[in-house]
Write a protein that binds this ligand. Structure first.
Ligand SMILES: *[C@@H]1O[C@H](CO)[C@@H](O)[C@H](O)[C@H]1NC(C)=O
Ligand SMILES: *[C@@H]1O[C@H](CO)[C@@H](O)[C@H](O)[C@H]1NC(C)=O
Ligand SMILES: *[C@@H]1O[C@H](CO)[C@@H](O)[C@H](O)[C@H]1NC(C)=O
Ligand SMILES: *[C@@H]1O[C@H](CO)[C@@H](O)[C@H](O)[C@H]1NC(C)=O
Ligand SMILES: *[C@@H]1O[C@H](CO)[C@@H](O)[C@H](O)[C@H]1NC(C)=O
Length: 551
């Protein structure tokens, strides 16, 4: 079985060349009349790649019709979401354990517990990465912290969690590991150890903004050589930014990124990096944990979590599709006979209601939900429901999203993401990632699965509408995604792809343009022209933005 082929190993085809290849392939096939198709010599370029141009428009003789027929038999020109997801149905335990070791060793070596006791000379030479957030949506903000953590691993620097007015990000609901520093403590240590006064080293922070394609050095600079004590990689709201280092022009950076994220071309073997990082970095606050345990009620953890991001829409189709997906998840994990516990999380109360009141769902599952009105814990007092971003986040008070998050990540076997429009948002990705990490014991046997549920009306134009980089299927949204698909329930990667390296990944025009602004020439089928990137990097102005902390 193919685990997502590598495009770099393929020749970028010119239409005419592919056409010839098709004809040659056909002639070869005719000569080998009785050989089964699987054994037919496969041309370098898979036929799917021919979908970009119109084969039948060439001088329509019989041979051309023959080619088309062969193409249809040999390989479809597009894939459904379920077909695309076949790479992700096996779990990534081994790879994730490898990365878990790297992360644990990193935080032991570079954790605050050790580094704050460094002798002054060593401490003042040490490097840090800052993870800083604003209080926007949890998924996006958490990815900022996690990107900083990933970068700290790649650069062998310590991690600082940025505070705002003395408070950690979402500090009322989340606790951070004692491996991390705060800026306040670094300033204190910098003074105390005389870094500036004795060693002449100012506390300088270099800022690189990922959202400014013309300024960011994510692709064109060797960050391992940066001398500033602190680095802040700004604007990294999803899994993509950290993975840009996979394409950095310096092999030292690429190797560091590969070491952490795995080979982006081997889709089925990419470790659960963000889940493993969360597992060591964050935990629910006591209040949130109490609410989670209140829902679970002293029993076993839930088996499956089901997240429905509905933006106040109560689409019956989404609900129907997700029920089918739930059944597939139950079958995939062999839970048919046990009436599994399913925890339901949604921004839209009406959808929770309609799922929980389905007449026959209770025949095959026990459905749980956090009903915050009924909860009498400390957080429920004095919390007003604000209208701020109500459409986006739902009508429940803010803290409920954190209870839902940690509740859903307790699932033992699977997470399912359903949506009115955007399937596999950052919030859903992080639920699945943390769930997978919690359930990966010290052995690699666990096979936590992540599913995406698409109702057919979301797929009329294939995955084309999964436009945001924060959405897990964005990398598949291009021309290789079939139009008019039936409902889909697809295995989904716990580490979203940031590139289009897999055989069936292809970009939408918007992403080709966006990559162009970063200096990357991306073909319609997702190939990166690395020569053009090198020359782009040579030509561009090197921008260094820093600030110096007053001690
Ligand atoms: C291919 O070309 C033929 C003839 O020019 C045209 O009728 C057909 O619509 C084209 N198909 C696509 C998919 O562009
Ligand atoms: C990484 O940092 C730690 C702690 O500062 C240090 O002991 C170790 O030698 C470094 N490793 C590499 C490969 O630079
Ligand atoms: C740091 O956190 C770990 C894990 O939560 C805990 O076991 C340990 O005691 C803590 N160490 C210190 C010095 O607080
Ligand atoms: C809900 O979504 C469906 C399907 O996308 C759409 O037809 C309908 O208008 C939406 N309803 C509301 C109230 O937004
Ligand atoms: C629930 O019952 C209806 C009607 O009896 C049936 O059509 C449907 O398939 C059932 N759904 C599930 C999820 O079992």
């Amino acid at each position: 079985m193919r685990l997502g082929g590598g495009k770099r190993r393929r020749v970028a085809p010119k239409p005419y060349v592919v056409f010839c290849a098709l004809v040659t392939g056909l002639l070869g096939l005719l000569l080998l009349t009785f050989r089964p198709l699987e054994d037919a010599p496969r041309p370098l370029v898979p036929f799917a790649r021919a979908s970009e141009f119109n084969v039948s428009s060439s001088d329509g003789g019989t041979s051309v019709e023959g080619v088309l027929a062969f193409q249809r038999v040999a390989e479809k020109a597009c894939k459904t979401v379920e077909e695309m997801g076949e790479d992700f149905g096996k779990g990534v335990g081994m790879e994730s354990l490898r990365v878990r070791k790297i992360i644990e060793n990193h935080f032991v070596a570079n954790g605050a517990l050790r580094v704050r006791d460094f002798p002054p000379e060593q401490f003042c030479r040490h490097g840090f990465v800052l993870g800083k957030t604003a209080e926007a949506g949890f998924g996006n903000e958490m990815y900022k912290v996690l990107t900083a953590a990933a970068l700290s691993v790649m650069l062998n620097r310590s991690l600082i969690i940025g505070q705002t007015r003395g408070k950690y990000p979402f500090g009322d609901y989340i606790s951070y590991s004692n491996f991390t520093f705060t800026v306040k403590e670094i300033k204190h240590l910098w003074r105390q150890k005389g870094c500036e006064s004795k060693y002449g080293r100012k506390l300088v922070m270099r800022i690189d903004d990922f959202n400014k394609p013309l300024e960011t050095n994510v692709l064109c600079s060797n960050w391992k050589k940066w001398k500033q004590p602190i680095i802040w990689f700004q604007g990294t709201t999803d899994s993509v930014a950290a993975q840009f280092f996979l394409k950095n022009i310096y092999s030292q950076m690429r190797i560091a990124a590969f070491n952490l994220f795995g080979d982006p071309e081997v889709l089925g073997l990419r470790p659960n990096v963000f889940g493993e990082l969360m597992r060591v970095l964050i935990s629910p606050s006591e209040d949130v944990d109490a609410a989670v345990n209140w829902v679970i009620g002293g029993g076993e953890n839930p088996d499956i979590s089901l997240h429905m991001r509905m933006l106040m829409n109560r689409s019956g189709r989404a609900v129907q599709a997700v029920l089918r997906c739930l059944k597939k998840a139950i079958r995939s994990q062999h839970l048919m006979s046990s009436r599994p516990k399913v925890v339901l999380v949604s921004d839209t109360p009406a959808v929770v209601k309609s799922i929980m009141s389905m007449p026959n769902i209770s025949e095959f599952a026990e459905v749980l939900h956090f009903d915050y009105d009924q909860f009498k814990g400390s957080m429920s007092k004095g919390m007003r429901i604000s209208d701020f971003r109500r459409k986006d986040w739902g009508s429940a008070p803010r803290w409920v999203a954190f209870v839902d998050f940690f509740l859903a990540s307790r699932a033992k076997f699977a997470a399912i993401s359903g949506a009115h429009r955007r399937v596999g948002t950052t919030y859903a990705q992080l639920i699945a990632a943390l769930g997978a990490a919690y359930n990966l014991g010290d052995k690699s046997g666990s096979r936590f699965l992540f599913f995406s549920s698409f109702q057919s009306n979301l797929l009329r134009d294939g995955l084309k509408h999964q436009v945001g980089w924060g959405h897990v299927w964005n990398r598949y949204a291009g021309p290789l995604s079939c139009r008019n698909q039936a409902n889909q329930c697809a295995f989904t990667p716990v580490l979203p792809s940031a590139w289009w390296d897999g055989l069936w990944q292809s970009p939408i025009p918007r992403d080709i343009n966006r990559l162009a602004s970063y200096g990357i020439r991306l073909s319609g089928l997702g190939n990166v022209d690395s020569n053009s990137l090198k020359s782009h990097c040579k030509k561009r102005k090197n921008i260094v933005r820093t600030i110096t902390f007053k001690l």
